[in-house]
Design a protein around this ligand. Structure first.
Ligand code: FAD
Length: 536
């Protein structure tokens, strides 16, 4: 064991979001020394960085919380059906204090490189502060959506007004009162922030390349009995969530084809689920994700809702997604998004066929020469998802193999947990695991539990190295691709396949086989002595 001030640890964890914090707690309790390195100056990850107006969870708060400790669940009271970013951040800070986690976290420090040494079977981890830590186990809890992506248009630095990225929002907030504001992008973050910015700004122009499907949250306050009931059964509920397809409870699948029922019945089912709100609509029929005709019925239902809500027919049509199947880009959950386009101070500009040519000192210019002037530009342009944070670090495995080279044509992992050629390195919610297609707290806990159990297993047997076998990795990558190809998901130019980052390989990154099947597979692998991994 090593002391806290040492440069040598059993494990280094990169990132202090939900994943890094729980991993630290588990390793500490298991008697491993651990240090967390975090770029931000406090805990929270996603909920530390994304402070834009309207930021909130779109999984219900009673499910988007840790499930490992019933006492914790009893001590924390969520106030709304969908928690706001400030409330989630307060929760994470509460967790950090409650388990005294901060003493093992080094903040305001970015990991720049991590190199594996064959002879010692240890990693050396370098930071932007000049540290060089060594560890046996390197655990990347760097997040799937932690590298904000700005659009590749010239002139961004030339803009003389204020500019913001939703994923790196100023901590003391932004007041748009009396300002002419542009929001670029119409993904989840845009859809959450637009209604709030519209209420503040003098005028808001929304630049949309691709319309997204959005469903109402129907947010509400939680009453005492709701959270108490969950708190009392948290362990049982979490275990159950791990057997579902998305790690979410309470969305029963209507096990019927959308094409096997009459139009009235179909509409009734969609309406019922629209009224429930959130992701309920996803379970309306059993073939929406796999059959294009069935999918089109859901797509057309949402389009009909957009037309009902938005007064101006031209704006309504422009907001209707058409060229990818429903749900194959991340479904957005909103509070009054479409309604916002009925405000006199809000204008939608489609840049699909007339893209932004340049950000100018005063605003921006479209390809056809139209110029706009703004006081502030908000980039709601998403993230270099899933691989971004890992590939920004110079990670080198056995024989100096660079992860950037290994993943030149897209990420390759075994179970989304390890990469062949990179012994003793684990990726929490890595590509090839359900990750972003799930309630991520459920997936994070499942991964952290698996990794901790694995390290205990190795310690008991005096083993120093675990590495994904190349054949197991190949088979898993094939499986991930095959399952994705059974669905409509690869048909969308989404960030799931890296389409939002020019030059990024087009590979469907998350595992779509479902949290339940996936967790079962991970458990079997462990029960069979870590089948598919090489131990020494
Ligand atoms: P993160 O919270 O991203 O934390 C990773 C941390 O690693 C960050 O703090 C980062 O600074 C740090 N880091 C990265 N690289 C380095 C480095 N080189 N050196 C040092 N530190 C580094 N998921 C859901 O399930 N439901 C939701 O409703 C939902 N809503 C979301 C809304 C938004 C706006 C965003 C961006 C994401 C949302 N997510 C949601 C996904 C969310 O990211 C996860 O739920 C969860 O918070 C991820 O936790 P994490 O610890 O894995 O990663």
């Amino acid at each position: 064991m090593t002391s806290n001030h040492s440069l040598e640890f059993d494990s280094i964890i990169v990132g202090a979001g939900f994943a890094g914090l729980y991993q630290l707690l588990r390793l500490r309790r298991a008697g491993f020394s651990a240090r967390v390195i975090e770029a931000g100056d406090n805990v929270g990850g996603t909920w530390y960085w994304n402070r834009y107006p309207g930021a909130r969870c779109d999984i219900e708060s009673l499910q988007y919380q840790y499930g490992f400790d019933p006492d914790l669940a009893r001590e924390w009271r969520w106030t709304e059906r969908y928690a706001t970013q400030p409330e989630i951040l307060r929760y994470i800070e509460f967790v950090a204090d409650r388990y005294d986690l901060r003493r093992d976290i080094q903040f305001s420090t970015r990991v720049t490189a991590a190199h594996y040494d064959d002879a010692s079977a240890r990693w050396t981890v370098h930071t932007d502060r000049g540290d060089a830590f060594t560890c046996r186990w390197l655990i990347m809890a760097t997040g799937c959506l932690s590298v904000p992506k700005t659009p590749e248009v010239p002139g961004i630095d030339a803009f003389e007004g204020e500019s913001y990225h939703t994923g790196a929002w100023p901590h003391d907030g932004v007041d748009f009162t009396g300002k002419r504001v542009a929001v670029i992008g119409t993904g989840s973050s845009a859809i959450q922030s637009i209604p709030i910015i519209a209420r503040q700004a003098e005028h808001l122009t929304v630049f949309q390349r691709t319309p997204n499907f959005s469903v109402p949250a129907h947010n509400s306050l939680l009453d005492e009995s709701q959270w108490q009931e969950v708190a009392a059964r948290i362990a049982e509920l979490r275990a159950e969530a791990r057997t579902t397809s998305a790690g979410i409870l309470g969305i029963p699948l209507n096990d019927v084809s959308a094409l096997a029922v009459s139009e009235e019945e179909r509409r009734r089912e969609f309406e019922r689920r629209w009224a429930i709100g959130g992701f309920a609509i996803g379970g309306a029929f059993n073939d929406i994700a796999i059959n294009l005709d069935a999918n089109e019925t859901a797509a057309e239902f949402v389009r009909s809702k957009i037309r009902e809500i938005v007064n101006d027919p031209e704006t309504a049509e422009a907001l209707c997604p058409r060229d990818y199947p429903f749900g194959t880009k991340r479904l957005c959950v909103d509070i009054s998004y479409y309604e916002t386009f009925n405000r006199p101070n809000v204008k939608l500009v489609s840049i699909r066929d007339n893209p932004i040519a340049e950000i100018t000192p005063k605003g921006l210019r479209l390809q056809d020469g139209t110029e706009y002037e703004f006081d502030a530009i908000v980039y709601a342009t998403g993230f270099d998802a899933m691989t971004g944070a890992l590939l920004r670090i110079d990670i080198r495995g056995r024989n100096g193999l660079a992860l950037r080279d290994k993943w030149e044509h897209g990420p390759r992992t075994y179970l989304g947990l390890q990469v062949a050629g990179f012994p003793n390195m684990f990726t929490i919610t890595g590509p090839g695991s359900p990750s972003v297609l799930s309630n991520m707290i459920v997936s994070i806990e499942q991964h952290v539990d698996w990794v901790t159990d694995c390290l205990e297993y190795l310690r008991e047997r005096d083993l120093a190295v675990i590495e994904a076998a190349p054949a197991a990795e190949d088979a898993w990558v094939d499986h991930v691709n095959q399952v994705a190809d059974l669905t409509l998901y690869p048909r969308a130019n989404s960030w799931y396949i890296g389409a939002n980052v020019p030059g990024k390989p087009r590979v469907f990154m998350p595992y779509i086989g479902g949290v339940g099947l996936y967790a079962q597979k991970c458990a079997e692998v462990a029960a069979n002595g870590y089948e598919g991994f090489l131990l020494s």
